[in-house]
Design a protein around this ligand. Sequence first.
Ligand code: ADP
Ligand code: ASP
Ligand code: MG
Length: 474
Amino acid sequence: MSLVVMKFGGTSVEDPAAIDRTAKIVAGRVAAGKKPVVVVSAMARVTDQLLRCASSSAQGDRTGALAISSRLRSRHRDTACALVKNPKEASTLANWIDRKFDQLDEILRGLAAILELTPRISDLIVSYGERLSSRMIAAAFAERGVNAAHVDARDVIVTDSQYQKAIPIDAIIEKRAAEKIHPLVQEGKVPVLGGFIASNEAGITTTLGRGGSDFTGALIGGAMHAEAIEIWTDVDGIMTSDPRVCPDALRVKVISFEEAAELAYFGAKVLHPATILPAVKKNIPVLVLNSKNPANEGTRIISLAPHCKSPFKSIAVKKKLSIIDVVASRMLMTHGYLKEIFTIFDKYQTPVDMVSTSEVSVSLTVDSNDKLPLIAAELSKLADVKYEGKKALVCMVGEDIRGQNGMAARVFAAIRHINVRMISQGASEINMSFMIEEDDADEAVRSLHAAFFQQPDPEIFDVEARKPAGANSR
Ligand code: ADP
Ligand code: ASP
Ligand code: MG
């Protein structure tokens, strides 16, 4: 029934002008005969600030926490005031925002008294970001002629109780979407929900992990068999590398689910890594679009990408990693040795990104975290252990590296000036990854980009957007 899920990230709802643009984009879809379901993030930077509120109050800095909350209250009140002019609506919304901040302040005061921040309370505090933005945006849409209906995402997205990175329960989400969203769409309304926030089966607030609003969009798209899932952000789509690092990055016009998942997992922040799964299950195309440049066609993520003449589609970087070297004291690794090592990582629920083994040693990379000293202490019962932080994993992704000879030589020639610590060509055969010092990462990406995207395939990359050499000079 031409249902499309439209997810707008923090920068797409960061201030009244951005919310106004978002309303126009949604109105455009309605005018084109589509039935949008809208998912919104918290306003830009709000999630970080709420997390800071929580940790300040748990450390006893009640005044500091309440000061951040007070600034957030003003920002939301001012935004609501700029967006909603109908006096009755405006006063209902302003009172509602005040009530939410009164509740939040109450929680922060309690936290400053008990001085302990549990993951469950952290999720409750951080949920205010999306609860506030979604309600406010629904009101702004209504005033701009979009027949919006606010839905509390926590009534639809049901998860287990792993606070801060809860796992969704698909069957319940499908049922709730049918009960709570579908009838609104049938009535011609545009449901507006907050991303990222959810609740467990007992109704206690959980979240899907940082960047999780994309995942909410995909879950709803999957549950409702949408014809497309649109991820609206602040760049023209998935680019050949992070445009903040590499200003001449090009838009990738079309990419496969598998490639996009690999990029997202290895650090391309443009998409939350879990987003792809619900879309793959139901074969729903995902589009990444720019809310500041809505006319641009963005990136289309589909199950089978067309053949591309360039080996790689994009370069991702994952920073803040640590490398752990486990060197066995005996010469040969005995049977079951790797299992023992992995059991220890499993015990501390620490996923391993990359592994490389030799006869006597194993090197592993993990996200830097505070469990590392404990993991190292346990590992040292088996072998000599060293670990070092400030590492980055560079991951080059493309289905067309399959079976190409000499690719590793080309990659490492491009970064011959950089010290490489670990190398892996994944079993998926669509990525080539290596670990370097974090400080070298940006330079490595720029060198690789220059080497591999000089003559990009125009079928796959938006080469027209590339400025001709010297275009900026006189
Ligand atoms: P949102 O708030 O809309 O969810 P994010 O900040 O999470 O947006 O993601 C968008 C950002 O992702 C971009 O501004 C860009 O800096 C970064 N990014 C990293 N890698 C890529 C890539 N390969 N293509 C596009 N953007 C990327
Ligand atoms: N607001 C959440 C975050 O900043 C979720 C999201 O924006 O996707 O992590
Ligand atoms: Mg994001």
